[in-house]
Design a protein around this ligand. Sequence first.
Ligand SMILES: [Zn+2]
Length: 243
Amino acid sequence: MSIFYDIAVVLRDVASLFLPRTCLACGRVLLENEGCVCLACRYNMPLTNFAKRKDNPIKLLFENVLPVESAAAMFWFVGGTEWQRIIHNFKYHGRWFFAQKMGEWLGEELLDGGNFDDIDLIVPIPLHYRRRLRRGYNQSEQLALGVGRKMGVECDFRSVRRCHYNDSQTSKSRSERWDNVEEIFDVRRAERLRGKHILLLDDVLTTGATMASCASAIVKACEGDVLISVASLSVSRRIIDER
Ligand SMILES: [Zn+2]
């Protein structure tokens, strides 16, 4: 990775601090008291309310693969809409700070639901180091910092590593994507995770396969002595419709 690229990433992030704050969804300039999404978008956001339902469709989705204590996603990910733009904005446009703000909102939802009260540690789904270098940050780590701050829970960015650099999965069928994520994670410090209730965190749940693969790697490395819950900021409707 060239040093010039790194400098460009830093300059881009610094420049964004001086631009007017705009709504992550609709792009309108935000008022002083608005967080990262304007009040109108906040009101219209297609929330799932899964955090309040113990046996929601996401928990059922994982049940066949491995037991999860609780599962939730905050809003529906609808392609081509302002709700997709929220994710794109902090994934591809360097607005990592807003990922933390969205994380705080997700943390509030998880606390309000009452099903995530005994989490010990938050582990965001890692990116492969090459992708992380290219983007300059991992948006799920930034989300985790926001969630952790709201819930008063520590984050762990170093115990799990993504060891395979897989291709973009957008054009593959659901079954292929499940095959493609077998054993792509490697747990380096199982002793830090053992005996704990871990919240695995991602920005978008597209098939659930990546999350399931990461959860399996952790359970295996801890020889079953671990509890897993999962949460993501958004979830694709297909994940539920295709079941
Ligand atoms: Zn808006």
